[in-house]
Design a protein around this ligand. Structure first.
Ligand SMILES: [Zn+2]
Length: 398
């Protein structure tokens, strides 16, 4: 089949109808809140309409802001420092807490598993999974991923502040680690120097804690680009593949919950189906609502320490697709981003991310109120969907 056929399922008009339903009619979709549940109900209806009535719901618990990821380790470190004033055991415990906190923040900014997760208050959320069988025998599986939830407007993502984001997170990790080491040094009797280092880091942690609290005060965003565009691409591709199935490639549509708070939906999917998906190809859609659509060749993560990259095979598949389909206009480049490919790569799976970048090279209107339907570039959404379809065909033809 000629994959350049302009069918209705992947036209920008068809895809924008999904984007409007999610970002305008439903609006903000915080993890574990009513808006996210409404989005799931809408996705289920759209899938049934497309001819995909078998949809698996995969419930799990989540917290509703990544603030817990960052604030909890800072608060625990301050508590540990208070303990350390009383006794040597307190110093050892405080040192451990602080080092654990440093690890917690590092995991948070690179979408890994979070050791302090049991402490965060929980709500209920779910993934939705739909599966499309190939026309003939299955030789491979591809999982298309798009998250349903939205983040808050954040001062840390303002145009003036976003370039300090990764250094600030790195400073936070380093301060917590240093504070932990100072506690240990104090416990083994390295008296005055350790004490003054700990006093310094205590002030540093307190300052970071107040910045993080200030970062939490705004409301949740519409998330038209982040990530209604991704959900739209999955729905369009699902409708297309029902009519025009691949020959040897099974496709899963994974609508993940709670991505913005730590990629919990992806971790849940891997916990449940990790063995079945060991050889699967994962294509994650993120914020594909801009004119320039790229596949990410290197993900910075949100600190200077946790960078990650797609696997070589996925990258080769994207390069080949880009070379064979110059008319779609999608190429590879490194991007400042942290998302579900971080969770995948951290656990040894394949993974590649399609993303839209703005004029300044950053994700456009990332975690800002401007991430609304008016700021979405419809042609970008369509090209992202068509590039993913082209990748599926390149793989299916092998
Ligand atoms: Zn996102």
């Amino acid at each position: 089949m000629d994959i350049q056929t302009q069918d209705d399922f992947l036209s920008s008009d068809a895809l924008m109808a999904y984007v409007r339903a999610l970002a305008q009619d439903i609006g903000p979709r915080p993890a574990g809140h009513e808006g996210e549940a409404q989005a799931r109900a809408y996705i289920r209806r759209a899938l049934v309409e497309a001819g995909l009535s078998e949809v698996e719901e995969m419930p799990f618990s989540t917290w509703d802001t990544w603030g817990y990821t960052m604030l909890t380790p800072m608060a625990l470190a301050l508590l540990g420092n208070a303990l350390g004033r009383w006794s040597r055991v307190g110093q050892l415990a405080g040192g451990l807490l602080s080092l654990l906190g440093a690890y917690q923040v590092l995991q948070g900014v690179r979408a890994g598993r979070q050791p302090l997760a049991p402490l965060f208050p929980k709500r209920q959320t779910a993934n939705l999974i739909a599966r499309l069988s190939p026309a003939r025998e299955r030789r491979q599986r591809v999982v298309l991923v798009g998250h349903t939830d939205t983040n808050k407007q954040r001062v840390s993502f303002a145009p003036w502040s976003k370039r300090f984001l990764r250094s600030a997170a790195t400073l936070g990790i380093a301060t917590l680690a240093l504070n932990g080491l100072a506690q240990f040094a104090g416990a083994v009797g390295a008296g005055k120097r350790a004490a003054s280092l700990r006093r310094g880091s205590t002030w540093g942690i307190a300052a970071l804690l107040s910045v993080l609290l200030y970062d939490e005060v705004e409301g949740y965003v519409d998330g038209a680009s982040d990530n209604a565009t991704a959900v739209a691409c999955l729905l369009g591709l699902g409708a297309h593949l029902v009519r025009y199935p691949l020959r040897h490639t099974e496709v899963w549509l994974a609508f993940t919950g709670a991505e913005e708070v730590g990629c919990l939906g992806m971790h849940k999917l891997l916990d449940a189906y990790g063995e079945q998906l060991a050889d699967a190809w994962f294509i994650d859609f993120e914020m594909v609502g801009t004119d320039e659509i790229v596949y990410v060749t290197r993900h910075s993560s949100l600190s200077l320490l946790g960078a990650y990259a797609p696997d070589d095979e996925s990258l080769a598949l994207a390069d080949e697709t880009s070379a064979r389909h110059p008319e779609i206009g999608v190429s590879g480049r490194p991007v400042v981003i942290a998302e579900e490919v971080g969770s995948l790569r951290g656990r040894g799976y394949r993974g590649l991310c399609l993303v839209g970048v703005g004029k300044d090279g950053w994700l456009a209107n990332w975690h800002r109120y401007e991430d609304d339907v008016e700021h979405v570039e419809p042609s970008g959404v369509e090209r992202a969907a068509r590039f993913a379809l082209a990748m599926l065909h390149v793989l299916d033809d092998r």
